[in-house]
Design a protein around this ligand. Structure first.
Ligand SMILES: *Cc1c(COP(=O)(O)O)cnc(C)c1O
Length: 466
């Protein structure tokens, strides 16, 4: 053990990063096993030297985490993180700037503003006409969108709440939309009856004609189309809803268009993929998670909105104990966001983008998209069947043996998890089929990792279908 906890921390960061490729991506363990080990060492009643605590915590995190920063983690949208992001998060912890009010943290506020303006431009929105802020994640950004839409459509809501609003609002999603919207309609008091499940086309993207028919029928039946959610990169299949056609319906009916690009909006930094997001600039609001494909540590979501007045109406409050505003065009985030005390979420995003520059950042994302293309090719070659359709690196696939019922996706996953060499998930598609799902979310993933994945799934399939 090195002297001093800082030395020890550096050593941990260096050795974990250098050795990530060699360790198992996951190891199975039960809650009982973890609790027994922790309980045997810590009761929190007696002091323990920090060096010892640090060594214990590191050892446990290594042993008992799904290593989402591993090059063979083909999982949910959790990224590998770059050094710049780790340093940015460490500085946020060190200085602990309070971003509730601008005047408490001018440096951090303006670094966030600079970063958000650049990313606003990247999705084709005008930074001068857009209000943008960092959020804990995509769920908070989606909540901000729905609250802002309510504030825009129903001025009476601020006093009377949902009981006072009329006509009844409807929110349009698909079966593939993120399930945070189910929570959001409960949290906002709207209730799940406001949700409309718009059918999807064969590629799992929203069917724009079905949307416009549904909206028309709802208006005729006395509902108000409040929000239409277009997802750019769905969680299950990476589908991108047809934003231009959806925007037409939103504009024709006055509905608020929200584009949920939590994962997929990062394709905006890749010239080759940019056209897949066409129409995003017409959205009233956009969700984009930096802690997904921008490869910064959690939590770092972003909310962009072209209706600043609605946002201020949704989140404004009066509090005599807060520092007074600057009187210039600098906003106090406690008045325009759901949070009050606010961490400097954007430092890690700023530092990551500053280190590489936007173009090179785009190349890093493009590398992962190309690995997705390579994976599709390799799967086809090995007799697997790709069943989704997206330019993004998310591949849903099955196999004739799976379709024949001789084994199941969950059995394949268990076999992979026991070996710990790759991590993938399975998912039920909108058409009811249960399939395997592999997503490239690590800039560390290279072709040999794809070969390992193919090897592992072939091996599991053979073992289980014998
Ligand atoms: C991940 C995700 C969310 C939720 O974002 P969090 O950062 O997990 O809160 C919302 N929508 C989509 C499409 C997502 O992929």
């Amino acid at each position: 053990m090195k002297d001093g906890v800082w030395e020890q921390l550096l050593e941990e960061m260096e050795s974990f990063t250098a050795g990530i490729r060699e360790i198992p991506v996951s190891r199975s363990v039960t809650p009982g096993e973890v609790r027994a080990e922790l309980g045997s060492r810590y009761s929190l009643q007696h002091p323990v030297p920090l060096e010892t605590v640090m060594a214990d915590v590191s050892r446990w995190l290594r042993a008992w985490s799904v290593h989402v920063t591993h090059p063979r983690y083909f999982g949910l949208f959790n990224p590998s993180v770059r050094t710049a992001g780790i340093v940015g998060d460490a500085l946020a912890a060190l200085y602990n700037p309070q971003l509730a009010a601008w005047s408490h943290a001018p440096a951090a506020q303006e670094l966030e503003r600079l970063t958000l303006r650049e990313l606003t431009s990247a999705i084709g929105m005008d930074p001068d006409a857009t209000i943008a802020n960092f959020t804990t994640g995509g769920a908070e950004a989606n909540l901000s969108a729905v609250l802002s839409a309510i504030a825009q459509h129903y001025p009476e809501w601020g006093r009377g709440g949902v009981a006072a609003i009329a006509p009844k609002p409807a929110i349009y999603i698909t079966a593939e939309s993120h399930h945070s919207f189910v929570k959001i309609v409960r949290m906002t008091g709207l209730g799940t009856d406001v949700l409309r499940d718009v059918p999807t086309s064969p590629g799992f993207a929203m069917d724009p004609e079905a949307l416009s028919n549904q909206v028309r029928d709802d208006i005729a039946a006395g509902w108000r189309p409040l929000v239409i959610v277009a997802t750019a990169g769905t969680t299950a299949t990476g589908a991108i809803d047809p934003i231009p056609a959806i925007a037409d319906t939103a504009e024709a009916t006055g509905a608020w268009l929200h584009v949920d690009g939590a994962w997929g909006a990062s394709a905006a930094l890749v010239p080759r993929l940019r056209s897949a997001l066409d129409g995003i600039e017409r959205a009233d609001s956009v969700t984009w998670d930096a802690h997904k494909w921008l490869s910064v540590p959690m939590g770092a979501g972003m909310f962009f909105c072209r209706r600043p007045e609605a946002v201020k109406r949704a989140f404004g409050a009066a509090a005599s104990y807060m520092p007074a505003g600057t009187g210039e065009d600098a906003l106090d985030p406690y008045l325009t966001t759901a949070q009050w005390s606010r961490r400097a979420i954007g430092l890690k995003v700023f530092m990551s983008l500053a280190e590489l520059g936007m173009a090179e950042y785009g190349d890093m994302i493009d590398h992962q998209a190309r690995m997705g293309d390579q994976l599709r090719t390799r799967l086809n070659r090995a007799g697997w069947l790709v069943v989704n359709d997206t330019p993004l690196p998310l591949v849903c696939f099955t196999h004739p043996i799976l379709r024949s019922g001789r084994t199941r996706t969950d059995e394949i996953i268990s076999t992979l998890n026991e070996r710990g060499r790759v991590w993938i998930s399975d998912v039920t598609l909108a058409d009811g089929e249960r399939v395997l799902r592999a997503c490239i979310t690590s800039f560390r993933t290279v072709e040999e990792d794809l070969d390992s994945l193919i090897h592992e799934i072939d091996h599991a399939l053979q073992l289980l279908s014998r």
